[in-house]
Design a binder for this molecule. Structure first.
Ligand code: FES
Ligand code: FES
Length: 398
C-alpha cells in the first residue's frame, strides 16, 4: 500500500492505495465520484477521461499512485465552469447523448478541444474525438454540439484559459488526407511542396526483435547530401523540427529531453534519454533511446535509423527512416495499430517538410509544415504512438 495525497475537484484527498489500483477505480470506489464511467478499461473508449493537472487522461489506465501530488478534476468538478455549462446545454440541444454512458468523457474531451482549437472545423473535431466512443447516439449530435459552442463563443465570448497547443497534434494536412476514409493506405498525393514522400514501406524487417514494431519510410529534401547530413547531426535543430519535443540536456551525442503527445483524447508526456551513433562514411545514423510517460507509467524503447543517399546528380537527398520501437505498459496496446503506423508515415513526411524549411532558412518549422500541405500547421500526429521512438529520437521524447 502507498499513501497518496492529491487534489480532487479542489478538495485535498489523502488515501491508501495499492500500486495496481487505477485512478478510475480510486475515484469511484473510494471517493464516490461515479460520474467517471468505466467502459472498456483498456484505454480505448474514453469514457473514463478525467483531467490530471489540466490534461485529459484515461483514468482506467492511469495508476492512482502516479497521481500523487497532482490535481485531478472529474466531471463532478465542473459545476462552476462556464464553458462546461455551455457544452452540457449544447449536448442536450443537439442530442449529443442518449444513454449518457460516454458523456462524461465526451464532455471533458470536448472542453479540451474547445480550449485548444478555438477555430476547429468538423474534421478537426472528429479527429480529436476519435478516441471517445459512443455506443448509441452516434457522433453527428456530439460534433454539432461542440461546433455550436465554438460558434457561440465567437458571438458571446467568455474568459477561457486558452490551452497552448504544446502537445504534438495532427496536422490539418493529415486530417484532410484521412478524413472520413479508412486508415489504410495514405495516398501520397498530399501537398508536400518540397518534400516528395516516398513510401515503399514494409512494417516488419526480417531482423525485427521480438515484441518490437518497425516502420520504414523515406522523404526527399531538395538539398545536397553533405548539407543534410550536417543538419541531421545537429540535435537541437533536429529537435526543433519535431512538434512537442524539447531538448533539455545535451552532452555530445547524448541527449535528454521530453515530448508531449496527444492521440485523440489520450495524452502522454514522455521523458527520456537517447544517444546518436553516426557513421559519416556511410551517411547512416542510429538514435537509440528510452523513456517513460509519467502519467501512464508506460515505457518505451526505440531505435531510429536514418540513411542518406543522393538523387538527381546530388541536387536532392533521400532520407530513409526506420523506426523500431517497443512500448510497455498501458500504452502498449496502441503501438501496432494501423492508424498509428499511418500517422507515423505522415509525420515523417511533415518532419521532412520542416527540415526543408530549416535548411532553406526561409521559414519557421510551423510555417514549413504549413507549406507542406494545403492548410495545415504542424504535422505531428505520427508521433502519437511512435513516440517511443521519436521521442527517443529527438531528445527524450517519449
Ligand atoms: S474505460 Fe475505456 S478508455 Fe478507460
Ligand atoms: S450516449 Fe450512450 S454511449 Fe454515448
Amino acid at each position: 500500500m502507498s499513501v497518496i495525497e492529491l487534489t480532487i475537484n479542489d478538495r485535498s484527498v489523502r488515501g491508501d492505495v495499492e500500486s495496481r489500483v487505477h485512478l478510475g477505480d480510486f475515484l469511484r470506489d473510494t471517493q464516490n465520484l461515479t460520474g467517471t464511467h468505466l467502459g472498456c478499461e483498456h484505454g480505448v473508449c474514453g469514457a473514463c477521461t478525467v483531467l490530471v493537472d489540466g490534461e485529459p487522461v484515461r483514468s482506467c489506465i492511469t495508476f492512482a499512485v502516479a497521481c500523487d501530488q497532482q490535481k485531478v478534476r472529474t466531471i463532478e468538478g465542473f459545476d462552476d465552469d462556464e464553458l462546461m455549462k455551455r457544452l452540457r446545454r449544447s449536448f442536450s440541444i443537439h442530442h449529443g447523448l442518449q444513454c449518457g454512458y460516454c458523456t462524461p468523457g465526451m464532455l471533458i474531451t470536448a472542453r479540451d478541444i474547445v480550449r485548444r482549437f478555438p477555430d476547429a472545423d468538423e474534421a478537426r473535431i472528429r479527429l480529436e474525438l476519435s478516441g471517445n466512443l459512443c455506443r448509441c447516439t452516434g457522433y453527428m449530435g456530439i460534433v454539432a454540439a461542440i461546433s455550436a459552442v465554438l460558434a457561440d463563443l465567437k458571438e458571446n465570448p467568455i474568459a477561457i484559459a486558452q490551452a497552448p497547443v504544446t502537445r504534438a497534434v495532427v496536422s490539418d494536412a493529415t486530417i484532410s488526407a484521412l478524413a472520413f476514409e479508412t486508415f489504410a493506405a495514405a495516398p501520397a498525393s498530399a501537398p508536400q511542396a518540397a518534400v516528395a514522400a516516398s513510401t515503399a514501406s514494409t512494417d516488419q524487417p526480417a531482423t525485427l526483435r521480438k515484441g518490437w514494431t518497425a516502420i520504414d519510410d523515406s522523404f526527399v529534401v531538395p538539398f545536397a547530401l553533405d548539407k543534410v547530413w550536417a543538419f541531421m547531426g545537429d540535435l537541437p535543430s533536429v529537435t526543433s523540427c519535431l512538434p512537442g519535443a524539447e531538448l533539455v540536456e545535451q552532452d555530445g551525442e547524448s541527449v535528454k529531453g521530453r515530448i508531449a503527445i496527444k492521440f485523440g483524447p489520450m495524452s502522454a508526456n514522455f521523458a527520456g534519454a537517447a544517444r546518436l551513433e553516426r557513421n559519416d562514411a556511410a551517411h547512416r545514423a542510429v538514435m537509440r533511446g528510452a523513456g517513460q510517460d509519467n502519467i501512464s507509467r508506460s515505457r518505451a524503447n526505440g531505435d531510429v535509423t536514418y540513411a542518406l543517399s543522393s538523387e538527381d546528380d546530388g541536387a536532392r537527398t533521400r532520407v530513409a527512416v526506420t523506426l523500431e520501437y517497443m512500448l510497455q505498459g498501458p500504452l502498449a496496446q496502441f503501438s501496432r495499430s494501423g492508424l498509428v503506423k499511418d500517422f507515423v508515415r505522415r509525420m515523417i513526411a511533415d518532419f521532412g517538410a520542416r527540415i526543408t524549411a530549416q535548411l532553406g532558412g526561409s521559414a519557421t518549422p510551423e510555417a514549413a509544415a504549413s507549406a507542406s500541405s494545403a492548410k495545415f500547421n504542424a504535422g505531428s500526429l505520427v508521433w502519437s504512438v511512435i513516440w517511443g521512438r521519436i521521442r527517443q529520437l529527438f531528445g527524450k521524447g517519449d
